[in-house]
Design a binder for this molecule. Structure first.
Ligand code: 5AD
Ligand code: SF4
Length: 474
C-alpha cells in the first residue's frame, strides 16, 4: 500500500488562499456519476474552501467552475460537452476559470477532444485529485493551461480536507479501483487497480464523524466487499482487520454511529463471513445492494460476472434464510450484446423472484476500450428501449406490491430533516431506503424514531410517529 505524501500539495492551498484573501471569490461545482465521485467532490470542496473560495449554486456568479465527470455511460459524456459549450460564453465574458476532473479525464480521446474544441484551464484525473491546489495555482498565477493526468495507480491518498454535504449521513471511501473487468465496464480502466485504505485510517475517520454528530455512514468502493483482498493475497494486510467482514464488525463498535450501509458489493465477494457480519452487527443495514446486471447465465458469462443465474438466486436465498428482514436492491443492464428475448426473460424472472425494493436500470452503453464494445451482436437501440420499458413496468408493479407490505408496520427511521417538497413534514428513510414523511417536532432530527406506516404513494410512504415514545419522554 503506497500512501502518497500530500504535504507538499497542501502548501499550495495556503498559496492560493493568500491570493484570494479579501476577494470574495466563488466556485460552482457539478458532480456527475456515482457516490464515489460525490465523495471526491466533497474533497475538492474541502480543498477549495481552505483556499478561500465560497460555494455558489449560480454558475453565473462563479469565478471558478469545476466539473467532476463520470464516464460509465455515454449520456454523461454528452452532458459534459453540452456544459462545456455553455460555460465557454461565461469564460469569454468574464474570464471564469474552468477545471474538469474525474473519470472521463482518464480517457485520452476525451482529453484530446476537449483540448481541440473547448475552453478549459485545468484538467485533472482520478489519480491527481490531491494535486488540484497546485494545478489551480499554476493555472491562475502562471496563466497556463494545465493537464495533470496520471496512469499509475495503487496509491492511497489520506488527509485531504473535506467539506461534507450533510451533517447526519456521511460517505467514507474504503477502497478504490476494481480488478473485475466486467466486459461492459470502463471503471477498471479509469479508476485503476483495487487498493484499500488502512483500517485504522477508516476507523479514525468514522470516529471523528461520530464525534461531530454523524449517525449514518456509507462505506464506499467500486467493489466494496473485496476490501483488503489484494493486500491479503500479497501478504500486505498487516492489521487484524484484514477483510470486509472484520471491518464491518469494527465499524459497528463505534459509539454514536447508528447505521452502517455499503455500496457497491459484488456477489462473488459475498462470503459467509460478510453475511454473518451483516446478521450479527445491529447497526449494519439489512438492505443489501446486490448488482445482478443480467438474469441470463449466458449473458453473465460473456459479461465476466463469474456467477450464474442459479448462483445469484441461491445467494439471495441464503441471505434470506440467515438475515431476518433482509431486502435487496440491484443494478440491471438491458441490451448487452447478444442478449436475446430469452435472456431478457431470465432477467425478468429474477426480478419477479427476488422482488427487489429498488432497481437501478441501465440501457447498455458502448464504452470505447471495453471488450463488449467490440462484440458483434450489438442489440438495436429500439429493442433496448422496449426491453427497458418492460423492465420498468415490472419494477413499478413490484414496488406497489412491496409498498403494501409496509402498511401497518413500525419502522426505525433516522430523521434527516424537513421534507424538501413540504416543510410541514419531517422526512427520513426506512432501513430499505424508502422515503417516509411524517409530522413531528424538529427535536426528532438526527434521532432514530419509531414511525408507523399509514399509507403508500409509489415513491414514498406516509407515517406517524408512535405516540407512546413521545409520552415516555414527557
Ligand atoms: N452500460 C450500461 N450500464 C453500465 N454500467 C456500467 N457500465 C455500463 C455500461 N457500459 C452500470 C452497471 C453498474 C452501474 C454502476 O452502472 O449496472 O453496476
Ligand atoms: Fe465495473 Fe464490474 Fe468493477 Fe463494478 S465490478 S466497477 S461493474 S468492472
Amino acid at each position: 500500500m503506497i500512501k502518497i505524501d500530500i504535504n507538499n500539495e497542501l502548501k499550495y492551498i495556503e498559496k492560493v488562499r493568500k491570493i484570494n484573501e479579501g476577494k470574495n471569490i466563488k466556485y460552482y461545482i457539478l458532480t456527475m456519476g456515482c457516490q464515489l465521485n460525490e465523495n471526491d467532490s466533497e474533497k475538492i470542496c474541502g480543498m477549495l474552501e481552505n483556499m478561500g473560495y465560497a460555494k455558489t449554486d449560480d454558475i453565473n456568479n462563479a469565478d471558478l467552475v469545476i466539473y467532476n465527470t463520470c464516464c460509465v455511460r455515454e449520456n454523461a459524456e454528452e452532458k459534459l460537452f453540452g456544459k462545456l459549450g455553455e460555460v465557454k460564453k461565461l469564460k469569454e465574458a468574464k474570464g471564469t476559470i474552468i477545471a474538469i476532473g474525474g473519470c472521463m479525464m482518464q480517457e485520452k480521446h476525451i482529453v484530446d477532444k476537449i483540448k481541440k474544441s473547448y475552453k478549459y484551464d485545468v484538467i485533472f484525473g482520478t489519480h491527481t485529485l490531491h494535486k488540484f491546489p497546485q494545478d489551480l495555482y499554476n493555472a491562475i498565477i502562471e496563466n497556463k493551461k494545465v493537464t495533470d493526468i496520471l496512469d499509475i495507480d495503487g496509491e492511497i491518498i489520506e488527509g485531504l480536507p473535506i467539506k461534507r454535504e450533510d451533517n447526519i449521513r456521511a460517505s467514507v471511501t474504503i477502497m478504490n479501483g476494481c480488478n473485475n473487468f466486467c466486459t461492459y465496464c470502463i471503471v477498471p480502466y479509469v479508476r485503476g487497480r483495487e487498493r484499500s485504505r488502512a483500517p485504522e485510517d477508516i476507523l479514525n475517520e468514522i470516529k471523528e464523524l461520530a464525534k461531530k454528530g454523524y449517525k449514518e455512514v456509507t462505506l464506499l468502493g467500486q467493489n466494496v466487499n473485496s476490501y483488503m483482498r489484494v493486500e491479503r493475497e500479497r501478504g500486505e494486510a498487516i492489521s487484524e482487520i484484514n477483510s470486509f467482514s472484520k471491518l464491518l464488525k469494527s465499524v459497528n463498535e463505534i459509539e454514536g454511529i447508528e447505521k452502517i450501509r455499503f455500496i457497491s458489493p459484488h456477489p462473488k465477494d459475498f462470503t459467509d463471513g460478510v453475511i454473518e457480519s451483516i446478521r450479527e452487527c445491529k447497526k449494519v443495514s439489512k438492505f443489501i445492494h446486490l448488482p445482478l446486471q443480467s438474469g441470463s447465465s449466458k449473458v453473465l458469462k460473456v459479461m465476466n460476472r463469474v456467477y450464474t443465474k442459479e448462483q445469484y438466486l441461491s445467494l439471495i436465498e441464503k441471505m434470506k434464510k440467515t438475515i431476518p428482514d433482509v431486502r435487496f436492491s440491484t443494478d440491471i443492464i438491458v441490451g448487452f450484446p447478444g442478449e436475446t428475448e430469452e435472456d431478457f426473460e431470465d432477467t425478468l424472472d429474477v426480478v419477479r423472484k427476488v422482488k427487489f425494493e429498488q432497481i437501478f436500470m441501465f440501457i447498455y452503453s458502448r464504452r470505447k476500450g471495453t471488450p463488449a464494445d467490440k462484440m458483434e451482436e450489438q442489440v438495436p437501440e429500439e429493442i433496448k428501449h422496449k426491453r427497458f420499458d418492460r423492465l420498468k413496468a415490472l419494477y413499478e408493479e413490484i414496488i406497489a406490491e412491496n409498498n403494501k407490505e409496509y402498511i401497518g408496520t413500525v419502522q426505525d427511521i433516522l430523521v434527516e430533516g424537513y421534507s424538501k417538497t413540504n416543510d410541514s413534514f419531517l422526512t427520513g428513510r426506512t432501513d430499505s431506503n424508502k422515503v417516509v414523511i411524517f409530522e413531528g417536532d424538529s427535536d426528532l432530527i438526527g434521532k432514530i424514531t419509531k414511525v408507523k406506516i399509514i399509507s403508500e404513494h409509489m415513491w414514498y410512504l406516509r407515517g406517524e410517529v408512535i405516540k407512546e415514545l413521545r409520552l415516555e419522554k414527557n
